[in-house]
Design a protein around this ligand. Structure first.
Ligand SMILES: [Mg+2]
Length: 229
C-alpha cells in the first residue's frame, strides 16, 4: 500500500465535537434573525444538495436558507451570519487527539495522504487555513466535485490526484454515507474506525454504511500498526 485516503468528519476530527453543531447553527440563526429550530430543519433538509454545491458558497447558501425560513436578512446581518457559520464550522472540526502527529508519522513512513469529504461550503472555503491542509497531499470535497459518497468519481479523483492506483490505497473512515462500500467498489482497501471510545458517535453519521469492512480499528492510533504489517 502506498497511500491512505481519509474521511474527514468523525475520522480526522474529534467525533465528540459533532455534538456542538446544533449550538453553532443556533448562533448563525440568531445572526439571520430566524428561529434556531426552523433554521436547523432547513439546513438538515437541504444537506444533500448543499454538500454537492447546489446552494453555492456559504454566503449564498445562508441567504437562500434565510429565505426558506421566511426571512430577508440585510447585508450586514448576512455578514454576521457568515462569520458565525464559519466560526461554528471551525468548532466542530477540532483534530482528533494525536491525529496531526499521526499524519506526520504516516508521511514520514512514505505514505501519500488523501482526503474525501462529503462537506458543505464551510470546509472547502476554510481548508487552506486548517492544520490538516499542510499534511494532506490530495483533497476531494463533495461540494467542489458536485457529487457525494459513494460516487465512484470521488474515489477516482483522489487516486488520480495522489498518483496512486486504487489497489494501493487504504480508505479509512468512520462509516457514513456508504463510504466503505464505495471504496471497496473503487478497488481500495477499506478500514472502519469504530470510534468505540466515543459513545453516541454513531448517531451523528449520515446514511450509515451497511457494508462493514473486514478491517476495523477502534481509534486511529491503531492505524500505524496496521499499515506496518
Ligand atoms: Mg465521517
Amino acid at each position: 500500500m502506498r497511500a491512505i485516503v481519509f474521511d474527514f468528519f468523525g475520522t480526522l476530527t474529534d467525533p465528540a465535537a459533532e455534538a456542538g453543531r446544533r449550538a453553532s447553527f443556533a448562533a448563525t440563526a440568531a445572526a439571520l434573525g430566524v428561529p434556531a429550530d426552523v433554521f436547523w430543519g432547513e439546513m438538515a433538509e437541504t444537506f444533500p444538495e448543499r454538500i454537492v454545491g447546489r446552494y453555492g458558497g456559504t454566503r449564498a447558501t445562508l441567504s437562500a436558507i434565510a429565505r426558506r425560513c421566511g426571512a430577508h436578512p440585510a447585508e450586514a446581518q448576512l455578514d454576521n451570519a457568515v462569520a458565525a457559520q464559519l466560526d461554528g464550522a471551525e468548532l466542530v472540526r477540532p483534530p482528533r487527539a494525536g491525529v496531526l502527529a499521526l499524519l506526520d508519522r504516516l508521511r514520514a513512513d512514505g505514505f501519500r495522504l488523501g482526503l474525501i469529504s462529503d462537506c458543505s461550503s464551510e470546509l472547502y472555503e476554510s481548508w487552506p487555513a486548517t492544520p490538516y491542509a499542510p499534511r494532506i497531499d490530495a483533497t476531494v470535497f463533495s461540494w467542489h466535485e458536485g457529487c457525494s459518497k459513494p460516487d465512484a468519481r470521488l474515489y477516482a479523483a483522489v487516486s488520480a490526484r495522489l498518483g496512486v492506483a486504487p489497489a494501493d490505497c487504504w480508505y479509512v473512515g468512520d462509516g457514513g454515507s456508504r463510504e466503505h462500500d464505495g471504496a471497496r467498489r473503487a478497488g481500495m482497501r477499506p478500514v472502519l474506525v469504530s470510534n468505540a471510545a466515543y459513545p453516541g458517535a454513531e448517531a451523528y453519521r449520515s446514511d450509515p454504511d451497511p457494508y462493514r469492512p473486514d478491517l476495523v480499528v477502534d481509534d486511529l492510533d491503531e492505524l500505524l500498526a496496521l499499515t506496518r504489517t
